[in-house]
Design a protein around this ligand. Structure first.
Ligand code: URA
Length: 229
């Protein structure tokens, strides 16, 4: 009797992934001219520049006084997904970029787990300057920067807004909500002219302190991955 050699299914799947089998079985024409475009409209560029200048011109702000750099935003301004954290830390202050320290490394991993690249989303914070000693921004500081982050959301106009942690949640949804009840739910919200679906999840810095909560964050991440936009 001739023994048939059936391929090992796991190896077969790995192989199909490896050879990018979509290219073989998908009979849609490949558009070789359409690149992942990061070009943004003149209007959006203008509005972002104006907002940056306005923040840069803030006077009598002790956050700004103590900080080295303004941390405005990072990523693709055309993205349908915007993430908002709390405030820059020491590394962010040094580099002028959000989420580039240890919390940022975890955020990158969280995004990668749902096949998102941080360059493809847009990231900012509730306040644009690092609070001394990495303390939480005060209510007064949050109130002062709230119009800027609201305008920032309106300019980016994301379909999905991810609020990382309770500072971002309380600033943008309300001070009467708690993260344990609020996370993992979609709510619709308007920021200026931008109507968007908002989800709250744990801040990566919190997840580093409480790794047991990563399983809840994973639920939230899958909701983001599976959201039809
Ligand atoms: N934590 C934040 O909330 N934002 C950053 O940019 C970095 C750490």
């Amino acid at each position: 009797m001739v023994k048939k050699n059936f391929p090992n299914p796991v190896k077969l799947i790995q192989y199909y992934n490896f050879i990018n089998y979509n290219l073989i079985y998908n009979n849609e024409a490949i558009n070789r001219y359409k690149k992942d475009s990061y070009e943004i409209s003149a209007d959006k560029t203008d509005n972002l520049e104006k907002l940056k200048k306005t923040i840069n011109n803030i006077k009598n702000c002790s956050l700004k006084y103590h900080a080295t750099n303004m941390v405005f935003g990072d990523g693709n301004p055309k993205s349908k997904i915007m993430l908002i954290g709390e405030a820059p830390g020491a590394n962010e202050d040094k580099e002028g970029m959000p989420f580039v320290g240890r919390a940022g490394a975890l955020l990158d991993k969280m995004l990668a787990a749902i096949e998102l690249d941080r360059k493809k989303v847009y990231i900012s914070n509730i306040v644009n300057y690092r609070p001394p000693e990495n303390r939480r921004p005060t209510d007064e500081e949050i109130r002062r920067y709230l119009p800027f982050i609201t305008k920032h959301i309106e300019i980016i106009s994301p379909k999905i807004l991810v609020l990382l942690g309770s500072t971002a949640m309380n600033a943008l949804i309300g001070s009467d909500v708690v993260i344990s009840k609020m996370r993992g739910k979609w709510i619709e919200k308007k920021f200026g002219n931008c109507k968007t679906s908002v989800i709250v999840t744990f801040h990566p810095a919190f997840l580093m302190r409480q790794p047991a909560q990563k399983k809840m964050a994973w639920i939230d991440l899958k909701m983001i991955r599976d959201k039809k936009i």
